[in-house]
Each structure stands twice: as C-alpha cells, then as structure tokens.
Design a protein. Structure first.
Length: 765
C-alpha cells in the first residue's frame, strides 16, 4: 500500500516529500527485518514510548513512520502525523479488512481460542490459503497486525479476539468484521475486571455484531478437547467440507505447540511443557493430554502446577476443583508451587497422588523432590509469573546445544574471598565491563547489587552502564572509558565517569553546563607508570585543581591509578614507586577540596599482594570471575563452557579430518563433531592437536582446523563416548588459564571471547 493511500485511510498529515510502498507494519523495533518496505507505528504503551526508537530505526533504513510528535532529523523520510498512533493502527486494519470479501472466522471466548484457531488451520489449509493470527495476536495491538497479513492470496481468514476488561471488544470487532463467529465458552479468566459473568459474556459477544452465523461450544460436553473439535467440525461443515474429510482430518489433529510441547527430558523423563497460561480449563486439557498419551508401563505421571492467577473463584473452591482433576486424570505425583496452593494444601488430603508444596519455583528446584525426578512423564503447568521456564530449562534434555553456565553463587564466593584481605570499611568496585568478562553483566550485576560491601560497579563504556540501569541496577556505576559522544547517556542514566585528560575534562564540563548539570561525581585518573591514560601526578595537579574549582558542574569523587605489575613479585620495587607517585598527586588534589576524595589503586592481584595499600576502595576484576590474578589458579569457578557431541565417525588412518586436510591421523580413529567454532570464541590456535577438551572427564584433542561453527575432536581413547554426550570446553576440570597458556594469552581473553550467540544459563549452587 502506498503511503499517500495510508495517510488518507487513517486521516494523517503527511510530513515529508515523495511516497513509499509499505508491505510491513512494525510496532516493536527489535523485530525489524525489511526496513525498505516497513512502516513503524510509534505506540505509547505502559512499558514505554515508541517514539524513542524512531531515530534508531531511521538509521537502520526505515523511512516511513506514524507518529504523534514530529522529529526534524529524518531527512528523506515520511512522517504520518496523527493524534493517536494506536487508533491510527487500528483504523488502518479496519480499512484494510474492508477490501476483502472472503470468509473471516472470528474466535473469542475464555479458553481454547488458539487451539480452535490452529486446529481450524490444520483442517482448512490443505484446500485453501488460510491467513490466521500468529501465535496469540489477539490484543489491541496484535489484532491489527494479524489483519494486516491479509493479502490477495487469502481465501479464508481466522482471527482471535481477546479481552481482559469492559470496553475492549468494539475496536476488535471493527477490525475483524467476522462473517463466521466462534465462541469457545465462558470461563473465570479475567473475571476480576467484570462485575458478573453475564457482563463478560455480553462484552465478548460484541465481536459477533453483524455476524451472519455464530457457533458456540456445547457446554454439555465435559471434555474440553472434544468441544473444541466439534466447533471445528461445525465450521468446516458450514464452509462445505464433506463429513468424510472432516472426520479424517479430525483424527490427524496435532497438539498446538505453543500450548503443549512434548520434549525429551533428562533422566529418562518425558517433558510436557504447558507454561503458556494457567486456568482450570487449560489445566484439564493438559491433564487429559497426559493421561491419554501412550507411554511405557511403570512410569509415574507428575504434575508441577503453580497458583492459578486471576481465576475469579474463591481459593478453597478453586483448588478443590484442582484436586478433583488431579485425582480423576491419574496424576501420581503432584507438586504445588505458590503461596495459595500451600495455604490450600488440605484440599489435596484425600488425593491418592503423593503431594508436596513449595512457596516458589526456586525453592522447589533446590529440593530433593526436584532432584529425584526420574523415569516419569512430567507436566509443567504454570502462570508466567512463576518463571516455570526455569524448570523446563533444567529438565529438558540438552541436545546439539552449546551453553555457558554461570554460577552466580561462585561470584559471591569469590567476592568474599577478596573481602577477607580487606578492612571492614574498605569498599569494592566490581568490574562488570565486557559483559562481566563474558559471564553476562545484567545477571552478575543483579547478584552484586545486594552485596553490602560493593560500593560501585564499573563498566567500560556508557552504553554498558545504560543497559544495567534499564534492567533495574541502582548501584553507583563508573564508566572507565568515556567517549565524547556519550555525555548525554552519562547524564540520562546517572552514570559517573572517569576523567583522564584536560581535553576530556573541558568537554565534559561544557556539556554538563549546557545540560544544567551540577555536582556530577567524577573519578580522576592518574598515570603513575602505566603510560596509557591519566593526568601526570607530578605536574598536572595545580592546573587540574584550578580548572575543577572554577566550575560547579563536576565534583571529584575519587582519585585512582593502576599498578602495572601487582601480579608479579619482580615488579614490587616499581609498584612501590607507583604508589609513592600516586600519594603525591592524591595528596595535592585533596588539599584543594574540603570534602573527602576517595582513593583506590589495587586491582585483583593488588588486593592480595598489597593489602596495606587498599586505601578507601579496591577494584575487583578477574578474581571476581574465579581466576586468581597472582598465579592464574582457579578459585570458585564461575563460567563453564560446554557443548554436546553431534556425530561420531570412524575414520581410517590414511584419511584426514577438516579443512585443507590439516587433521592427519596416525591411527584408525573415532572422530566426534561438536557444535562450537571460532565464531563462538573457540580459538583457532587450539586446532590440530594443540589443545583438548574433556569427554567423560578424559582428554579429547582437537583434530584439524577449528571451523567457524563446528570442530572435530579425537575420542578414540574414550570408548564410552556416544552421540549426545556432554563435552567440557572449560570449567572446573579444565581451567581457562590452561587454555590461555596454550594460546599464549591471558585468561581474560578466554573468558571474554565467548560470543553472544552462546546461550548463558545462570544458576546458584
């Protein structure tokens, strides 16, 4: 659709010259795929304002924006100015829908909307082109995005409509304009927003205003799945499908993946993941599915259930019903998670299943009941607020997956190790730059924030600090390598910055004064021998004091320097000279101000080697992540890089392995391929037998060149190794320091080289 047509349809004022073709509508900047034909709606939501992302999308190639406030820095773009961007989005969908005269099925109800939609798609799609709501796009934003997908090939459409409060359905009705209505039934979901069930029903039925025919679920049929199948059959009959075809396709219906996912679990378990929603009807569907699923004899059926939220039913009545479902559906082990379930545990007193209750997910996952799950079929059913994805992540069999496991408890252990060298009043600056040395800055920072002796977090650049702020980190943050272009980010996110030169100082003062900033804490860096960055403590201090005292925008909070060689006894004499130079400069600076200026110089090695030089603060970096900076020995291991064996080949002695035939064999060999390569951070120097990983605790040398995404290892001497087995790249049994020695580098590089595409999994021992 052309932009001038869109402007006419939504009543927008066109700002900008020319016109563009629009194929894609975007409301979430993270989902951009085709910028040249995308139109971005800058929506105001409870979580934020889409106008904040307009400039970024412009730089990424988007040239059409629907906005309620204009920008002046979008040269060559078109802005469609409207009063309300959401109303404009919905009106566009409404006008787009009116251009199609095809059967449109509108589905609403308290439960089963997505199941009916997906089953109708399965039944209708062999014969016609079906356009349907993706996933559960049934909201005020999701419906217009669904309707926009209608195109000249669409022969029938199926759209969900979901509401949670009065007054929401009218706008959905205008966009969907169904010609066939499907009402899946009324349940307790969102009842807290309605005075009566009748009021909620009336609101939902507004979808079918002007709809020629409406099919309603038969409440007399107790089995929810059978009700949904019958609804699908009635719609298909109405569309002219023969009875034989209907019955044949009903028999081949597959479970809807987004509701019920069956996966191989660990310890011979089968995992049924249904954490999509939590209510009585969907619980019944899931239990019925588990009960009827063919399985080996003797395996227990386990239900892990969270509190059922927003049911509108008194707790005693609600969980008595749950207990009846547990009993009737053949559950043998029941785990209830949540305060409400714990308080209503008496409802399960007569249930034959073995029952246990926990206040939260984390407590359960650290319990013997969780550890004892073996040879069972496990249904995981819970509201999103309980983070049951942590349970499914732990239970799911990891196949063909490379992960970096991060032990947050070990981070705290290492912090406490270095605290043992410090006075009670000495504060610690924890380095979380470079994504916390590859471990993941957000989760590590969340762990450190609750530690009382951590005075500051330190990042390299302002964007790293902004990310932490956006994720709820409130601890003071120092930016160690500020860029001239980052000043506004410093101001916006309340970040403190290092200052190392007069040029940087003058620019920062100028920017802060223009922004109306006063009293911003800064950290003065002195060059005592590293000769990297910093003021000269022997020459620059008078001029520095004069410049600082001539303005009010900035206030020196700390003064610091770096030991060049605190990791080696051989540099002790030079370290002493550095310390003398630092004290000289710091003393002069302090005399220029009445407030106390904090001092710090010790890094991880210095904390241990020079405890008498700890002063007000110390900076903890590599040691926090489990590597002793003095001797490279492993402390409490934080990061474990592991993967799995993809495939095993028996390769004869006269063959080679890998690119350029570099992997020359000296014997008949068993060669395993593993899904990790140099794009994941595995150094190419490790190839051709220069390094090894561990399989079943035994050394498996790398064979041939390391490829981008895959590499090969020799498991000839590990006969028990099988496809799917775990492979340890580094961790407790194989320290990053050992790999660093092989590569001729330092452990920092090994840790920080693990690429962002490697999944991080966080846990506490």
């Amino acid at each position: 659709m052309r932009t001038d047509t869109i402007a006419s349809l939504v009543g927008a004022q066109i700002v900008g010259e020319g016109t563009y073709d629009v194929e894609w509508i975007l409301t979430d900047s993270r989902s951009l795929c085709f910028p040249e034909t995308t139109m971005f709606f800058a929506l105001h939501t409870e979580r934020g304002d889409g106008h904040r992302y307009v400039r970024d999308l412009y730089e990424r190639g988007v040239r059409v924006f629907v906005v309620s406030s204009l920008r002046k820095d979008l040269h060559g773009a078109i802005q469609l100015l409207v009063q309300d961007t959401l109303c404009a989005l919905q009106r566009l969908a409404e006008r787009h829908r009116e251009s199609f005269s095809i059967p449109v099925i509108g589905i609403t109800g308290s439960n089963g909307k997505t199941v009916v939609k997906e089953w109708l798609y399965q039944m209708l799609s062999p014969d016609m082109t079906v356009t349907r709501s993706p996933r559960s796009y049934n909201s005020q934003i999701g419906v217009p995005l669904s309707v926009w997908a209608l195109n000249e090939k669409s022969e029938v459409a199926i759209f969900e409509a979901g509401i949670s409060m009065p007054g929401e359905m009218s706008s959905l009705q205008r966009m969907i304009q169904p010609t066939i209505g499907v009402f899946t039934g009324l349940g307790p979901a969102h009842q807290e927003n309605f005075q009566t069930m009748e009021q909620k029903r009336a609101e939902k039925m507004l979808l079918f205003m002007d709809c020629p025919i409406v099919f309603e679920a038969d409440e007399a049929v107790e089995d929810a799945l059978e009700r949904d199948k019958e609804l699908c059959a009635r719609v298909c009959r109405h569309l002219g499908m023969s009875e034989n075809v209907i019955q044949e396709r009903l028999s081949r219906l597959e479970p809807v993946a987004m509701r019920l996912e069956v996966k191989q679990g660990r310890h011979s378990c089968t995992l049924i993941n249904d954490t999509y929603n939590s209510d009585l009807s969907s619980l019944d569907i899931a239990l019925d599915f588990m009960n009827r699923r063919p399985d080996r004899k003797g395996r227990s059926r386990v239900l892990i259930l969270s509190d059922i939220l927003q049911s509108g039913t008194p707790s005693s009545e609600l969980y008595a019903h749950v207990a009846r479902l547990v009993e009737s559906r053949g559950v043998e082990v029941f785990v209830g998670i949540g305060e409400e379930l714990m308080s209503q545990s008496q409802c399960f007193a007569k249930v034959q299943a073995r029952c246990s209750f926990y206040p939260d997910t984390d407590t359960f996952m650290h319990s013997p009941d969780f550890a004892s799950l073996r040879d069972s079929m496990v249904l995981v059913k819970g509201a999103r607020a309980f983070h049951f994805d942590d349970i499914t992540e732990a239970l799911e069999q990891k196949v063909h997956e490379t992960i970096l496991e991060v032990n947050l408890g070990a981070v705290v252990d290492n912090l406490n190790y270095y605290r043992s060298f410090l006075n009670p009043t000495t504060r610690i600056i924890c380095m979380v730059k470079a994504d916390a040395y590859g471990a993941g800055a957000v989760e590590v920072a969340k762990t450190l924030q609750s530690q009382p002796q951590v005075g500051y977090l330190a990042v390299a650049v302002a964007d790293e600090g902004a990310l932490l702020r956006s994720q709820g980190i409130t601890k003071n943050i120092i930016v160690m390598n500020p860029e001239m272009s980052s000043f506004n980010t410093l101001f916006e996110y309340n970040l403190e910055t290092e200052v190392y030169s007069f040029r940087l100082l003058d620019a920062l003062i100028h920017a802060a004064e223009r922004a109306g900033i006063t009293g911003m804490p800064i950290h003065i860096k002195l060059d005592t021998g590293m000769h990297r960055l910093g003021f000269d403590p022997m020459k620059d201090m008078p001029a520095l004091i004069e410049r600082l005292k001539s303005q009010t925008a900035l206030v020196p909070r700390s003064v610091f320097s770096h030991f060049v060689g605190s990791d080696s006894d051989g540099f002790d004499e030079f370290s002493a000279e550095q310390y003398r130079r630092f004290l000289h400069g710091a003393d002069i600076l302090q005399k220029g101000f009445s407030h106390h200026i904090l001092r710090h110089m010790c890094n991880s090695a210095g904390i241990e080697h020079f405890p008498e030089r700890q002063m007000d603060m110390v900076r903890l970096g590599l040691g926090l992540y489990g590597i002793n900076a003095r001797n490279n020995e492993l402390l409490s291991n934080v990061s474990t890089l592991k993967t799995t064996i993809l495939q095993i080949h028996d390769v004869p002695q006269d063959e080679t392995v890998g690119y350029s035939r570099r992997g020359k064999l000296s014997r008949d060999s068993r060669i395993a391929s593993i899904p990790i390569g140099y794009a994941d951070g595995l150094d190419r120097l490790f190839g051709n037998g220069n390094a090894y990983c561990l399989v079943h605790g035994k050394k498996a040398p790398y064979v041939g060149n390391i490829c981008m995404d895959v590499c090969m290892i020799d498991i000839t001497d590990i006969p028990e190794a099988q496809e799917g087995d775990q492979v340890l790249l580094f961790g407790n049994e194989l320290s990053p320091s050992a790999l660093a020695d092989i590569a001729g580098t330092i452990p920092y590089e090994i840790l920080t080289s693990v690429s962002s595409r490697v999944k991080r999994v966080y846990y506490h021992e």
